[in-house]
Design a protein around this ligand. Structure first.
Ligand SMILES: N[C@@H](CCC(=O)N[C@@H](CS)C(=O)NCC(=O)O)C(=O)O
Length: 200
């Protein structure tokens, strides 16, 4: 049985909650992280070297880093389209997952933190990443192809938060493919439950 250490209002945990639901995998939840449960326990620190959520365990298996967790869960069942067996497609999805972690989410997170503290923040890197994503979504309806994949689940918190930002930020260019993509995601009940309604 999978045990998930997580909190629902964390962007990295939300991706894992979505995939567990999508794959219909049962799990025990140990609420953990800011406002949910202390992370600085010996038992939790033994599981993960950097003490952050999400973490999953299943018998001897321990996984941390949300994207590694997504891949680990998807590999459990071949009855899924979000991580297809085809190597070329897997590599494409993997590339977009890394791009999201390295180029999309960090500048957006930095901007959100600075703005939450009352500052202005640096918009250029956010615009650059959002524009690239918009271009990609002009090539295919989902980030890595014609159907929803782990690339979309990994990017969803940032895609959602870009939408919140664009509602208040006149300097963000209008990005039509990204807008249409977000509208498509909005039709997915699991996106609405685990991303839109869980995150701020
Ligand atoms: N790169 C890591 C980041 C993990 C991370 O920063 N987790 C945050 C929540 S999103 C955390 O544990 N924050 C402290 C807390 O919730 O107490 C991942 O993708 O899992």
């Amino acid at each position: 049985m999978i045990t998930l250490y997580a909190r629902r209002d964390s962007s990295n945990c939300a991706k894992v909650f979505w995939l567990l639901d999508l794959l219909d995998l049962p799990f025990d939840l140990i609420p953990m992280g800011r406002g949910s449960g202390a992370r600085d326990t010996v038992a939790f620190e033994r599981l993960t070297p950097f003490g952050k959520v999400p973490v999953i365990t299943d018998g001897a298996l321990v996984a941390w880093e949300s994207n590694a967790i997504l891949r680990s869960l998807a590999k459990r069942t071949q009855r899924n389209t979000v991580w297809p067996e085809d190597q070329r497609q897997q590599t494409r999805i993997d590339g977009w997952m890394d791009w999201t972690s390295l180029s999309l989410t960090p500048p957006l997170t930095r901007l959100r933190k600075v703005r939450a503290a009352g500052g202005e923040g640096e918009l250029a890197a956010v615009i650059e990443a959002a524009t690239l994503l918009d271009w990609q979504l002009g090539q295919s309806p989902f980030i890595a192809g014609d159907t929803l994949s782990l690339a979309d689940i990994a990017a969803a918190p940032s895609v959602y938060r870009l939408g919140l930002l664009s509602a208040q930020e006149p300097n963000l260019p209008k990005l039509p493919h990204l807008l249409a993509y977000r509208e498509t995601l909005e039709t997915d009940p699991l996106y609405r439950l685990h991303i839109r309604d869980a995150l701020t």
